[in-house]
Design a protein around this ligand. Structure first.
Ligand SMILES: Cc1cc2nc3c(=O)[nH]c(=O)nc-3n(C[C@H](O)[C@H](O)[C@H](O)COP(=O)(O)OP(=O)(O)OC[C@H]3O[C@@H](n4cnc5c(N)ncnc54)[C@H](O)[C@@H]3O)c2cc1C
Length: 371
């Protein structure tokens, strides 16, 4: 019997595991993939999470992260605006970061099982977690940290899974010249593409595109040539830089619909609880922050400072809303603005004489430093 079983060993799952195991709790992580593994992600993390990570003994610069403090936004005709980031961030690949966190969780005594979770049953005071191979695990609490979308959401009959999701995402690493300290967001018809450095001088190029626009083209290559390369910044990237992957990674069905923080007593963390638009560059920061909130409350429960499961659930829902609801709303608003070429055109020209306004807008989708 485990104190906490964590479904999904991505960023939220692993940070929860490290935090909880440091408090002496017995932790099980169930993850369907091997480590290390590349993931579709812009790989720019807001520095707001650094003090918390350092407290957990995690220093991303030890594993090669690059420090980023400048932001550039461009529109399809090439008009650009550049500014200093309020807090800044760092670039590190999920390949390296998740693997590092995985090893850290093992060193703290967490049990990690490679399997796909198929079913979670709440039996009153404990959970039964069933895997694809028919194995069963028991735990007092279950954390759902299985990312933005999983077959488990269908099993749990979650509301958002019924809704159509019109986005797909593509990512590859490249070699070439790109400033170490810059994150660029280049707009194109029906989407936007992030570009920034990660460890070992690799350049992450990751874009989110509307499926309606994408399906008019036969392949990723043609789509990139005909749509993304309309923007001269992206044209230069795709013509000069060399891909480091044999072929780009893709995902579809990216959903930004609101989700419930708790379902069937399962405590959701990271994207499983709610996902901010990737253009905000704060999904990973939120995943890490949500792990801090949840782990803190679970530790209080095991130390008998929270009296029962019901009080813990109420406290988590309240803390999650208070911390993230405003950011998610700002992210949705920003996405609506970026998706509308006319609005964006006017906006970027309006902002050019006042670049200091851009950090203010970015701040609305980020939080304070996590102490
Ligand atoms: C195109 C794109 C670009 C992005 N760029 C950025 C960015 O630059 N900066 C930023 O901060 N955020 C970015 N994000 C968001 C960021 O990637 C996510 O917010 C972050 O990965 C959330 O972490 P997580 O731990 O919640 O989920 P994940 O990292 O997705 O982890 C979930 C884990 O659960 C496992 N899993 C799933 N189902 C099961 C199952 N049934 N059983 C066992 N295991 C399971 C998966 O294998 C996975 O390892 C981007 C997202 C997208 C789509």
């Amino acid at each position: 019997m485990f104190d906490v079983a964590i479904i999904g060993g991505g960023l939220a799952g692993l940070v929860n595991a490290i935090h909880l195991s440091q408090a002496g709790l017995k932790i099980l992580i169930l993850e369907k993939n091997d480590y290390p593994k590349h993931k579709v992600c812009g790989e720019y993390i807001s520095k707001e999470v650094l003090p918390y990570l350092e407290k957990l003994g995690i220093n991303p610069f030890e594993i090669g992260a690059t420090s980023i403090n400048k932001f550039l936004l461009s529109i399809p005709n090439g008009t650009q605006i550049q500014t200093q980031l309020p807090l800044g961030g760092f670039g590190i690949s999920r390949f390296t970061l998740d693997h590092f966190l995985y090893q850290k969780s093992l060193s703290h005594g967490c049990v990690v099982v490679k399997t796909t979770v198929q079913k979670i049953d709440f039996l009153g005071e404990k959970f039964k977690v069933s895997t694809r191979e028919g194995k069963e695990y028991f735990a007092t609490f279950v954390i759902g940290a299985y990312g933005k979308r999983s077959a488990l959401d269908i099993h749990l009959n979650r509301d958002f899974i019924q809704k159509k999701t019109p986005f797909l995402a593509v990512k590859s690493h490249y070699t070439g010249d790109f400033p170490n300290d810059l994150v660029a967001l280049h707009n194109f018809e029906g989407g936007y593409c992030g570009v920034s450095k990660v460890e070992n001088d690799f350049i992450n190029v990751c874009y989110l595109a509307n499926y309606k626009t994408f399906k008019r083209y036969k392949s990723i290559e043609i789509f990139q040539q005909e749509v993304l390369c309309e923007n001269p910044h992206l044209k230069e990237i795709f013509s000069v830089m060399k891909p480091a992957f044999p072929k780009p990674l893709t995902i579809s069905q990216v959903s930004f619909s609101p989700k419930k923080t708790i379902e069937h007593h399962i405590l959701m963390s990271g994207d499983t609880a709610g996902m901010i638009h990737p253009l905000c560059g704060n999904g990973m920061g939120m995943a890490i922050h949500s792990a801090k909130l949840l782990s803190g409350l679970l530790i209080q429960f095991f130390e008998k400072r929270i009296k029962d499961r019901h009080s813990l659930e109420k406290a988590y829902i309240k803390a999650w809303k208070l911390t993230f609801q405003k950011r998610l709303r700002a992210g949705r608003l920003l996405n609506t603005f970026l998706a509308n070429q006319k609005l964006l055109n006017v906006g970027i020209h309006g902002l050019r004489p006042f670049p200091a306004l851009l950090p203010f807008i970015i701040k609305q989708t980020h939080g304070e430093e996590l102490i």
